[in-house]
Ligand binder design. Sequence first.
Ligand code: NDP
Length: 480
Amino acid sequence: MNTQPRASHFINGAYVEDEAGVPLDVLNPATGAVIATLHEATPAIVDAALAAATVAQKAWARLMPVERARVLRRASDMIRDRNAELSRLETLDTGKPIQETEVADWPSGADALEYFAGLAPTVTGETVPLGADFAYSLREPLGVCVGIGAWNYPSQIACWKAAPALAMGNAMVFKPSEVTPLGALKLAEILMEAGAPAGLFNVVQGRGGVGAQLVTDARVAKVSLTGSVPTGRKVYAAAAEGIRHVTMELGGKSPLIVFGDADIDSAVGAAMLGNFYSAGQICSNGTRVFVHRSIKEAFLARLKTRAEAIIMGDPLDPATQMGPLVSPEQHAKVMAYVEQAKADGARLITGGGASGAFVQPTVFADVTDGMTLACEEVFGPVMAVLDFEDEDEVVARANATEFGLAAGVFTADLTRAHRVVAALQAGTCWINAYNLTPVESSFGGVKLSGVGRENGKAAIEHYTQLKSVYVGMGPVDAPY
Ligand code: NDP
């Protein structure tokens, strides 16, 4: 497979290169081999992308919503038709197993394009009766939006941001993570082929500095970031300078609470999905698994057996269930957390080792709230199991974190499930399930995990602004 794109950037409907930009080698995480070499965007490239988006947005916003929808729906169909080839590229770029990327990455992106294509023609304002006069509201696009992506779901993130933005009449300049820059270029190609006008969706490559240039440009109306809390703070502050709209999808340290009456096999399965899928590199992971003392040892025994059966290996092999971490830096960071957990006295149930770029699925039990493993986002396949005794106690401990992205509850008692979910401080909760993020349901965090929402009808509000229009029907009654 040819993994070298025709050029580094996609601007105004075409691939563009500027070799003056700092070279960026793209590595296959499983082997370390260089699979593409790109160049960081120079200021001239950033300027060209924003200029193209500014022009394209005006004409795009004037189209009928069904016309915009048609383009997005076509793009969604094309992604589904090309899923095999796109997923292979995603696997080479991220190291995630092909059995995951074929069902979870581009397919979720296609869902977003299809969903927001369906919503676009339904978005209307309201009429406000005011006696003889009346007012009405219009939901208008924001203008040029900047999307900045993390490396864990690069193509899904690009689609989740582009779909609502474009559906509502905005244009976008997207900067992927420099670690995983390839998928967004494919999305740009596909949107063009589907009939999007040149300049509507542009991709510029680069590290944080390129993102910073985009965020502070006067032409930009909105910034949507998926990334870590420290980056979120910087981007939010930079956007505030120009009073720009923001969506911040940041990190988490989410609780997954397993009560004594839970179906243990389902709870174990969910805890594994919420810690080992994508080698644990998922923001909403349930990385603090609170297990009721009455079932703790049974839970750990089943977890150990199933974790040790996980098949690791070549991500392109359809049998592989877990791949490497995305980069040597991430690998080093995760292994440091493993060593810290050992030093802090957590009980290693399984894993704890590494081989090459891979980290074994790892479970620590007897983790206590103050340990580093229970407080910081690891972003690797490392599960922390904590015990609890009663409901009030576990809710208080689950909420005792600065994050608030997600939370899960496993119990057979429906009343308790809803009571606990109501008390949890998290933007996305699951009952007897974990980490399912269908595009129909909104997703996002509270507290340090972010502001704004992606997906669902809520995303519409984050890519539009309201204009109120007062209509006077009679003579003006002025007191002078
Ligand atoms: P980072 O925060 O390091 O980077 C996110 C993006 O921001 C990258 O494209 C990065 O560029 C860019 N960036 C960095 N500095 C700046 C800056 N000053 N101005 C503008 N852009 C900048 O996150 P990672 O890529 O390491 O991703 C992992 C993090 O993402 C985790 O914390 C995870 O929880 C979070 N995440 C959140 C999700 C959510 O929906 N809530 C989903 C997925 C991940 P570059 O990488 O090239 O430096």
